[in-house]
Ligand binder design. Structure first.
Ligand code: VGL
Ligand code: ZN
Length: 265
């Protein structure tokens, strides 16, 4: 049986109106779609994985940590693993223990109702490591989250991918904020690890919608499905498109890492 995980990325105070420090202008519009994903009994998510941007004060991605550099400028940095990369500098956001870091309470309450099948990924938890993909955090229980690890894991995605495979998950649906950043990077990770991957566009919103369009093109090119893509001619409602995608058990679509005997042996 194909198992499916719903990823709800970063629906946190600081990404939401009215007073998030890194607000996605239309961010609140993801809520109705996500609530229906969580409450309509026709959806049989085997796991719901919520991700949480979870930065300590002074995080490497904050402009305030780099005096003389402006918010939204790009800067070359070396991170806590010694990796050189280009960082866009953000306003302080999602600082551990603050209101802005909390997952939207209405969604959090619904997610928590799932008990053991509700998971949490916290990312960007180390002061000197940035993380956009929900695969680049540490996995813990949604209702009883563990403290961050004591050391940087050089390849955090391995653990999450292994956990999903161990559970039999082959399909991943991604929703949340911000579309062009953490949602897109989460979907790219899922594709890279050979999960069948769909982004539910009506359940995402971008800081800059044009940047999201670019990411959707990239994701389509690597085999992800953008369900309910806005501004495109459509014959189906997104709900029906999602139902079809979830029901499809494409011949030959078994990931390479699955048992070759297809479970018969
Ligand atoms: C995000 C910018 C910085 C996101 C997180 O959740 O999309 N964006 N940190
Ligand atoms: Zn962040």
């Amino acid at each position: 049986m194909t198992k499916t995980a719903l990823f709800i990325v970063d629906v946190q105070g600081d990404f939401l109106p009215p007073d998030g420090s890194l607000m996605v202008p239309a961010g609140l519009l993801v809520k109705p779609a996500i609530i229906s994903l969580l409450t309509d009994p026709k959806y049989k998510w085997d796991y719901v994985v919520a991700s949480q941007d979870y930065h300590p004060p002074g995080h490497i991605s904050f402009a305030s940590s780099h005096p003389g550099h402006r918010v939204y400028s790009d800067i070359e940095l070396k991170d806590g693993r010694g990796i050189l990369y280009e960082q866009k500098l953000w306003p302080d956001h999602c600082v551990q223990g603050t209101k802005g870091c909390e997952i939207a309470p209405d969604l959090a309450a619904k997610i928590a109702e799932r008990g053991d099948t509700a998971k949490l990924v916290r990312k960007g938890w180390h002061k000197d490591v940035e993380a956009y993909s929900a695969f680049d955090g540490y996995l813990t229980d949604f209702s009883n989250p563990a403290d961050p690890p004591s050391e940087i894991d050089p390849q955090p995605a391995r653990k999450i991918v292994q956990w999903l495979r161990d559970q039999g998950v082959t399909k991943v649906v991604v929703a949340g904020l911000a579309a062009e950043l953490c949602v897109a990077h989460t979907a790219l990770s899922a594709v890279a690890s050979r999960f069948q991957t769909a982004i539910l566009q009506p359940a995402t919103r971008a800081i800059e919608e044009r940047d999201a369009e670019e990411q959707w093109d990239k994701l389509c090119a690597v085999g992800a499905r953008i369900i309910g893509r806005a501004n495109r001619p459509r014959t189906l409602r997104w709900e029906d498109e999602l139902d079809q995608w979830l029901a499809a058990e494409k011949a030959g679509a078994w990931p390479e890492w699955k048992n070759k005997n297809n479970g018969t042996a």
